[in-house]
Write a protein that binds this ligand. Structure first.
Ligand SMILES: [Zn+2]
Length: 88
């Protein structure tokens, strides 16, 4: 089971603020949120907000995951920033 399959049903509106930007952390808990794009990549919140483009599979954010259940952090596919439990 991929993480994508685990998360694709979650509603992005849950993590979108009043200004239309995606949230960096989940509440309660303050865990990092990882974002998934249409080409199956995983990107960090910074890349997600700076590059959102519904017409480009590389940047079309379609799902997210709260990382509290991950064993390890994973690198953003775009900027390599670590997302997940060991991110500081
Ligand atoms: Zn990034």
């Amino acid at each position: 089971m991929s993480r994508y399959e685990h998360t694709h049903a979650r509603d992005l509106a849950l993590v979108t603020d009043d200004g239309g930007n995606l949230e960096p952390y989940a509440w309660p808990g303050g865990y990092d949120i990882a974002y998934y794009v249409a080409d199956a990549g995983m990107i960090c919140v910074t890349c997600a907000n700076e590059n959102r483009d519904a017409d480009d599979p590389q940047w079309n954010v379609i799902a997210f995951d709260v990382t509290n259940w991950w064993d390890d952090a994973e690198a953003c596919d775009h900027c390599a920033r670590l997302v997940g439990p060991s991110d500081e």
